[in-house]
Design a protein around this ligand. Sequence first.
Ligand code: AMP
Length: 115
Amino acid sequence: MKKDENCLFCKIVSGEIPSKKLYEDEVTVAFYDVAPQAPIHFLVVPKEHIASANELTAANSAIVAHCFEVIVKICKEQGITDYRIVNNCGDQAGQSVKHLHFHVLSGRDMTWPPG
Ligand code: AMP
């Protein structure tokens, strides 16, 4: 599995940097965002280092389906029915950590369009 030794989320995946984990399996880890933008805000990340959505191909895109299954599983377990899934891809879109991740935000009204 690909890793990047300088990547913050690879370090969270390996446990080198602590996080408030709420789910883990062979493919993904989910943990609470350190700077929550909603009453509920967690991240689902693949364990494999994929820099962004722009790096997805037919060879690795099954990971995305798995991430979404994990999101649904966590939300069902926690009784979360209304939520927003966000992926920021690239600097201009606001991606600050270059390891693919999906934000799950819930617990407040969401605005649209996003800023
Ligand atoms: P993005 O800006 O879309 O790349 O999202 C990166 C997210 O990672 C931001 O919402 C940050 O608050 C969050 N974040 C950064 N460092 C940590 C950390 N050590 N633990 C949990 N979340 C983090």
